[in-house]
Design a protein around this ligand. Structure first.
Ligand SMILES: C[S@@+](CC[C@H](N)C(=O)[O-])C[C@H]1O[C@@H](n2cnc3c(N)ncnc32)[C@H](O)[C@@H]1O
Length: 244
């Protein structure tokens, strides 16, 4: 039997996993065996009895840096375990860092198509640069802000990937309309009650006229994207111009 999509997470805090994921769709998917989650405690690869994983930065400056030797040994052991699980296939290695390429839905989709992923969670000032140079590591950021560790970013990435795996989201249809799938942000949603605090649901959504509803949603998606995300809007306009 082939292994399900698998995530290996290298961390100083394995107890943070699956954490909040256990309470989401991903938690059910994990229990149902639709994906596998392995944590690797970097500290287990330390060389001294104090289980040291970090040291002061060469060149001075504040904070500590995760040691190259300890992290590389953890990574190489993890890569071997991943190879043993996945057979001939290799999986991407991602270091979560604010210096990385911002994570987007396109990359999430690509990761969901891969057999799995190895995620490195940094702490302190980050990891020794030589580990990045010595391995085929992709640097990925969750956004332009600084977290105190890579773990929340790893949890977010796993959540985003797992909901794209077959069988995880009940109605696959509900994924196709979502923000970014069409290159646009999603339209607004409404449910009962029809009138709430004097605010009515847009009439068209109550009309039962499918084509008008689709057209209204498309217009709203375009309006919201143009207002909020000029970068996405320009790309979308270019794409639709080319397709025409
Ligand atoms: C305090 S941060 C280090 C920040 C680093 N000194 C810098 O200025 O780029 C510690 C760790 O949190 C993680 N982290 C922080 N912000 C992140 C972000 N926006 N996306 C992904 N990981 C992040 C990284 O793994 C990083 O090594």
């Amino acid at each position: 039997m082939t292994a399900p999509w698998s995530a290996w997470v290298l961390t100083l805090f394995p107890e943070m996993f699956p954490g909040p994921l256990a309470h989401t769709l991903a938690g059910k998917a994990l229990a149902d065996g639709l994906f596998a989650l392995h944590t690797v405690a970097i500290r287990d690869f330390a060389h001294d009895r104090h289980r040291t994983v970090d040291d002061t930065p060469f060149g001075g400056g504040p904070g500590m840096v995760m040691r190259a030797d300890v992290l590389a040994e953890a990574l190489e052991a993890t890569a071997a375990a991943a190879r043993a699980t996945l057979g001939a296939e290799t999986c991407p290695i991602v270091y979560l860092t604010p210096r990385g390429r911002p994570l987007d839905q396109e990359r999430v989709r690509a990761l969901a198509r891969a057999p799995g992923v190895i995620l490195i969670c940094g702490r302190y000032e980050g990891i020794d640069q030589r580990v990045i140079e010595a391995h085929p590591i992709e640097e990925v950021s969750l956004g332009d802000f600084v977290l105190s560790g890579g773990e929340p970013a790893a949890l977010a990435l796993i959540d985003a990937v797992v909901r794209l795996l077959p069988g995880v989201v009940g109605q696959a249809d509900s994924l196709s309309d979502e923000s970014f799938e069409t290159g646009l942000l999603e339209y607004p949603h409404y449910t009962r009650p029809r009138v709430w605090q004097g605010r009515s649901v847009p009439e068209v959504l109550l009309s039962g006229h499918h084509e008008n509803i689709v057209a209204w949603r498309r217009t709203e998606s375009e309006r919201i994207t143009a207002e909020r995300r000029t970068d996405l809007w320009q790309r979308y306009q270019q794409k639709t111009r080319i397709e025409r």
